[in-house]
Design a protein around this ligand. Structure first.
Ligand code: SAH
Length: 345
């Protein structure tokens, strides 16, 4: 729905659009035409759909709305081609996206919720709590708007911005279907990663859909006591339940899982932590991504690349495949949640 009570047409999948068009007494192929106007030509007004009759356009206008995002702020990095966008939604809420350049193409990090309920201690996105889920169209528009603004083709998406994607499961799945729709921008979901803090039942659901995307799991600790301290979600779905779901995901989809490990000095960076992690990941085709924790002003956590390299060495000695994540856009605070926080206070 849009704020004026009309139906959000950009969130509709091709078959939903076909049914809606049929209900209005129009032929099926009209749905294809509308879909192309929305997702290929990316118009923002029904009056621009010039191969539809004026009368039909007016009916569409009464029943449906085409959502849009407003670029509130754009920060460009001086050290690499990273661009961070602060978007304003139609209801005045704010979200962030980060455009990153890799050797294989441009990737956009998108938000999936306004705020977050998960309460991870080190994360800026969760501090002011949760406001609402984003619609499929609001996630998709982050891609369309960044592409139009930057003039750069976006060939990959990571769902690692503000919010927990699996806590907004239905809209996120619709977004993935729209993103990969052959009649739309047709992005291969092999170029998409979804990051979760570990909502176990939804990991099983996602495995069942077998969409071909990469699952990133924010593990960040190898024992339940430490993980519960920094990630309250662990009280609900502990490490054993999570690892079982991850092994099932790999078995069902054949896709290698990437485990995120935000290194926090004095919390999860010892040789013992590495040993426990290696044991957890024993015999599992996966990859560990070590991220030195980004400082946020509300918390006292810290780490640096040196500690991250040391921890990577520990893992290497134990036979675990790990890398330290490259830092992009460090000069513009490209880690998500920080810009929105500044803006809303
Ligand atoms: N809710 C999802 C996706 C959003 S966060 C999730 O938890 O995976 C994307 C990644 O950034 C997660 O791995 C998250 O734990 C990590 N992250 C959040 N704040 C961070 C910080 N201050 N430093 C390093 N990583 C952080």
């Amino acid at each position: 729905m849009c704020d004026n009570g009309k139906i959000d047409i950009l969130s509709m999948l091709p078959d939903e659009l076909e049914n809606a068009v049929a209900e209005l007494g129009e032929k099926k192929f009209r749905a294809k035409q509308i879909f192309e106007w929305l997702h290929v030509k990316k118009v923002s007004d029904f009056d621009q759909m010039t191969n539809l009759s004026v009368q039909f356009r007016s009916v569409l206008n009464q029943k449906f709305c085409i959502k849009s995002l407003f670029i509130c702020k754009r920060l460009e990095s001086n050290s690499d081609n990273t661009v961070k966008y602060l978007y304003e939604l139609e209801d005045g809420n704010h979200i962030e996206s980060v455009l990153m350049e890799y050797s294989y193409g441009n990737t956009l990090c998108v938000s999936t919720q306004v705020g977050c309920k998960m309460g991870c201690r080190f994360c800026a996105s969760t501090i002011a709590g949760f406001k609402r889920n984003l619609s499929a169209s609001e996630i998709l528009l982050q891609v369309y708007t960044a592409e139009r603004d930057s003039g750069r083709k976006i060939s990959g998406v990571v769902l690692m911005g503000i919010g927990e994607p699996l806590d907004n499961y239905d809209n996120v799945v619709d977004f993935l279907r729209l993103l990969s729709c052959p009649e739309g921008i047709n992005m291969s979901l092999r170029h998409v990663s979804l990051s979760t803090c570990g909502i176990v039942p939804r990991i099983y659901d996602l495995a069942g859909l077998n969409l071909g995307l990469t699952l990133s799991v924010s593990l960040h600790a190898s024992d339940n006591k430490e993980r519960s301290e920094i990630m309250p979600v662990n009280d609900r779905y502990d490490i054993d339940m999570l690892m079982k779901a991850c092994r099932d995901y790999f078995k069902t989809t054949g896709r290698r899982i990437s485990f995120e490990y935000a290194l926090i000095d004095g919390h999860n960076d010892s040789m013992d932590d590495a040993r426990r992690l290696a044991k957890l990941l024993d015999n599992f085709v996966c990859h560990v991504n070590i991220i030195p924790v980004n400082k946020i002003k509300e918390r006292n956590y810290s780490s640096d690349r040196k500690s991250a390299q040391r921890f990577r060495k520990y893992l290497e000695e134990l036979g675990v495949n790990a890398t330290v994540r490259r830092t992009l856009g460090a000069d513009i605070d490209a880690a998500c949640g920080q810009l929105r926080r500044e803006y809303e206070i």
